[in-house]
Design a protein around this ligand. Structure first.
Ligand SMILES: Nc1ncnc2c1ncn2[C@@H]1O[C@H](COP(=O)(O)OP(=O)(O)OP(=O)(O)O)[C@@H](O)[C@H]1O
Ligand SMILES: [Mg+2]
Length: 211
């Protein structure tokens, strides 16, 4: 699967299904990213910790284009998340990772900087927006309508309305009792385009620095 700059990618799956491990695996292979991770789990070897949103631009211009946010004020509150998302809006050609996006969003509520990111920055600044949530209903409508790639881990035992209505071929494989179970760490990938099909993939190898 190609996850490109200028695309929106959703990583969806229940707790412990493998979203963060996949994210870290992807980060080990990427040259240009800013990872916002409220749990401070991420940090592949060679990445730079940014402690303040003004560091993002400065470090990027210094050639440190693999950035993990470690805010020096403490937790990544919604306000602080917004500052970093705005900072990424100044960059070009890279990825913004937002793990645990459900901390900040729901179906009907979306902080303005995330709206702007999905509807403008992604295409105009060529930023790949990759986020992780537990369920489809955690994804605001303004972002949902922009998704180019779905990566769906084990989903749990019931659909929410958004997932029920989603037009994703093979989606029943991620439901409880389907082909993809929580301890397989496998996932369904689907490129949102006419006539596209989904594929079961993984598990990815756990990156050395995590084990
Ligand atoms: N590809 C994998 N291969 C082997 N074990 C894995 C893999 N992915 C995840 N695991 C195991 O499952 C645990 C939970 O994975 P992970 O933290 O990625 O879940 P998550 O989906 O991000 O959960 P949460 O929603 O709680 O953040 C890991 O700590 C690891 O032990
Ligand atoms: Mg996680």
């Amino acid at each position: 699967m190609n996850i490109d700059y200028g695309e929106v990618t959703a990583i969806i799956g229940q707790k412990n299904s493998g979203k963060s491990v996949l994210t870290e695996y992807l980060l080990t292979q990427m040259d240009r990213f800013v990872a916002i991770d409220p749990n401070y789990e991420h940090g592949p070897p060679g990445s730079t910790a940014v402690e303040d949103y003004s560091d993002v631009w400065r470090q990027w211009m210094n050639g440190n284009t693999r950035q993990v946010v470690r805010d020096n004020r403490g937790a990544i509150t919604e306000e602080r998340m917004a500052e970093y998302v705005r900072a990424v809006g100044q960059l070009q050609n890279g990825y913004l990772f937002l793990d645990e996006m459900h901390n900040y969003t729901s179906a009907n509520s979306c902080p303005d900087p995330i709206k702007k990111l999905a509807s403008y920055t992604v295409s105009h600044q060529n930023i790949g927006f990759v986020f992780a949530v537990h369920m489809a209903k955690d994804i605001p409508n303004k972002v949902w309508s922009q998704i180019d790639n779905y990566i769906i881990f084990s989903y749990g035992d019931s659909w929410d309305k958004k997932m029920r209505e989603a037009n994703i071929p093979g989606k029943r494989k991620v439901r409880k009792g389907g082909e993809i179970n929580p301890t397989s760490y496998q996932f369904l990938t689907y490129e949102n385009k006419l006539g596209g099909d989904s594929e079961v993939r993984g598990p990815v190898p756990v990156p050395d620095h995590l084990s």
